[in-house]
Design a protein around this ligand. Structure first.
Ligand code: NAD
Length: 424
C-alpha cells in the first residue's frame, strides 16, 4: 500500500474518480450479494438493506463525485500587507495509507462510506470489516479486489488478533467506528506512531418530547428510528425524556406505532431484524427487568428475537439507563420540565445525537445553546446522517472527528498551507 502511494498514482484526480466509479459499479452490480449477506448476518430485510446500506453509500458516492473537483480546488487565502506581493492558498494533500475499522451493525455502509471519502482524498486504504458480521465481511473481502485497484485497496478480515496486528503498523490515519472501549485501544495504538484518529463511537442518544408536540407523529417517528435494525443503530433514540404529563399520553401512541410498523407478531415479521449474537441477546434481555412494559417484552433466544419493547416508569439508576442500549428497548422517563431534561442530558456523557419533538422555537434555541451533542435533530430522529452536507460525528465520549461529503475530504486530507512570494 505504501509503495503504491509512493508512486503518486492515487493522487491523480483520474485515479480517484476511476476508483469511485468502480466502487459504484460494485454497489449496483453486487447489490443482491450484499443484501443476501446482510440478511444472513442481521436478518436485515433486503429493502431496508438497500435503503440504509447499499443505496445510502451510492448517494454518498454520487454526492462526492459531483463535487470532488470543486472541493479539491486550492482555496485562496488573504495575505497581510507586510508580505505583499505574495500569493497564499490551501491545498488538500492526501494523507497516505489509511486504515478503516468497521463495526457489524451497518457493516456495508460503515465500511464503504468512509472508503468513499478516503479514495476521493487520494489515499491507499486498508479496510477491516467486523468479524461479527461474517457474511458481509467475506462479501467485502471477495468483491472489493474484483473492482478496485488491489495495489491501493486491501481488505483484511479478522477479529481481535488480526486487528491488533494491523494496529501495530504505521498508518497515516485510522478511521474507527465502534464502541468507546475499543476506541481507547485504537487511540492508544495510534499514539505510538503519532497517527491521527477519527473515532465514530456511540452512547445514549436522548429524545426530548414536549407536551405541545403532535404525539401521534412523534411516536411514529421515534419508533421508526428506534426499532429499525432491531435498535442496533448508533444514532437510534436510546431513551425518551417526556416533559410534564407527556409520558402517559405518549405510551399508547408508541404501542400503536410499533403495531403499525411491525404488526402484532413481530417475531413472524421478516421486515424486523434479529440481534447480532447470543452475547448481545443475553445483555439486552438482562436489561428488561426495569419498569413497566408498555408494549413488547417477549423474546426468543433460538431466533435471537426481541420484541420492539417500550418501558415506562424506569428509575434513572436502572441498568437500562446506565449503558447504551443498542437494541429494541425504549425506556420512557417523565421529567417535570425542560430545565430538568437539560440537566439530565448535561449530567451524562455527550450524546452522539440529541432529538427533540417540540413546537417551540424557544425550546429549539435553548437545546441548541445549552446542550452539546454530535448532532441535534428536531422532529426526525436518525435521518441527519442522510443529509450529505451535514457533518457526521460525535463529541466527547461519543467520538472525535467527522465525515460525510466534504467533511470526509477534510478528514482524509491534510490542509497544506502554501505561501508563494516572488523573488524579484
Ligand atoms: P466493537 O468496538 O466491538 O467493534 C468494532 C470493530 O473493532 C470491529 O471491526 C472489531 O473487530 C474491532 N475490535 C473489537 N475488539 C477489538 C480490540 N480489542 N482491538 C482492536 N480491534 C477490535 O464495536 P461494535 O460492537 O462492532 O459496535 C457497537 C458500538 O459501535 C456501539 O457503541 C455503537 O453505538 C457504535 N457505533 C457507532 C457508529 C458511529 O457511526 N458513530 C456506528 C455504528 C456503531
Amino acid at each position: 500500500m505504501r509503495a503504491t502511494f509512493g508512486t503518486g498514482r492515487t493522487k491523480e484526480l483520474s485515479w480517484r474518480l476511476g476508483q469511485l466509479a468502480a466502487l459504484r459499479a460494485l454497489l449496483t452490480e453486487e447489490a443482491e450479494a450484499l443484501q443476501a449477506a446482510l440478511l444472513a448476518d442481521l436478518g436485515k430485510n433486503p429493502v431496508e438493506a438497500y435503503r440504509a446500506e447499499v443505496g445510502f453509500t451510492i448517494n454518498e458516492l454520487d454526492h462526492t463525485v459531483t463535487h470532488l473537483e470543486e472541493w479539491l480546488r486550492p482555496k485562496p487565502a488573504a495575505v497581510p500587507d507586510a508580505f505583499l506581493p505574495a500569493d497564499a492558498r490551501v491545498v488538500r494533500d492526501p494523507l497516505g495509507v489509511v486504515l478503516i475499522i468497521a463495526p457489524w451493525n451497518y457493516p456495508v455502509q460503515l465500511a464503504l462510506a468512509p472508503l468513499v471519502g478516503a479514495l476521493a482524498s487520494g489515499n491507499a486504504v486498508v479496510v477491516k470489516p467486523s468479524e461479527l458480521a461474517p457474511a458481509t465481511s467475506a462479501a467485502l473481502a471477495g468483491l472489493l479486489p474484483k473492482y478496485l485497484d488491489t495495489d491501493a485497496v486491501a481488505v483484511v478480515e479478522g477479529a481481535v488478533p488480526e486487528t491488533t496486528a494491523l494496529l501495530e503498523q504505521r498508518f497515516d490515519h485510522i478511521f474507527y467506528t465502534g464502541s468507546g472501549n475499543v476506541g481507547r485501544i485504537v487511540m492508544t495504538a495510534a499514539a505510538k506512531h503519532l497517527t491521527p484518529v477519527t473515532l465514530e463511537l456511540g452512547g445514549k442518544s436522548p429524545v426530548v418530547v414536549e407536551p405541545g408536540a403532535d404525539l401521534e407523529v412523534t411516536a411514529r417517528r421515534i419508533a421508526r428510528g428506534k426499532f429499525a435494525n432491531a435498535g442496533q443503530t448508533c444514532v437510534a433514540p436510546d431513551y425518551v425524556l417526556a416533559i410534564g404529563d407527556t409520558a402517559a399520553r405518549l405510551e399508547p401512541y408508541l404501542a400503536a406505532a410499533v403495531r403499525e410498523l411491525y404488526g402484532d407478531d413481530t417475531a413472524a415479521n421478516p421486515g424486523y431484524g434479529k440481534i447480532v449474537n447470543d452475547r448481545n441477546f443475553d445483555r439486552l434481555t438482562g436489561l428488561l427487568g426495569a419498569g413497566r412494559v408498555v408494549t413488547g417484552g417477549g423474546h426468543d433466544r433460538s431466533a435471537r428475537h426481541i420484541d420492539p419493547t417500550v418501558l415506562a416508569d424506569v428509575p434513572p439508576d436502572a441498568p437500562v439507563m446506565s449503558e447504551e442500549i443498542f437494541g429494541p428497548i425504549l425506556p420512557v422517563l417523565p421529567v417535570p420540565d425542560l430545565d430538568a431534561a437539560i440537566t439530565f442530558i448535561n449530567d451524562r456523557d455527550k450524546p452522539l445525537a440529541l432529538y427533540a419533538f417540540t413546537g417551540s422555537d424557544r425550546t429549539k434555541e435553548r437545546l441548541t445553546r445549552e446542550t452539546s451533542s454530535g448532532a441535534l435533530t428536531f422532529g426526525l430522529p436518525v435521518q441527519h446522517l442522510a443529509v450529505p452536507e451535514l457533518p457526521f460525528g460525535g463529541v466527547g465520549a461519543s467520538g472525535m472527528g467527522r465525515y460525510h461529503g466534504e467533511y470526509s475530504i477534510d478528514t482524509f486530507s491534510h490542509a497544506k498551507a502554501i505561501l508563494d512570494k516572488p523573488l524579484d
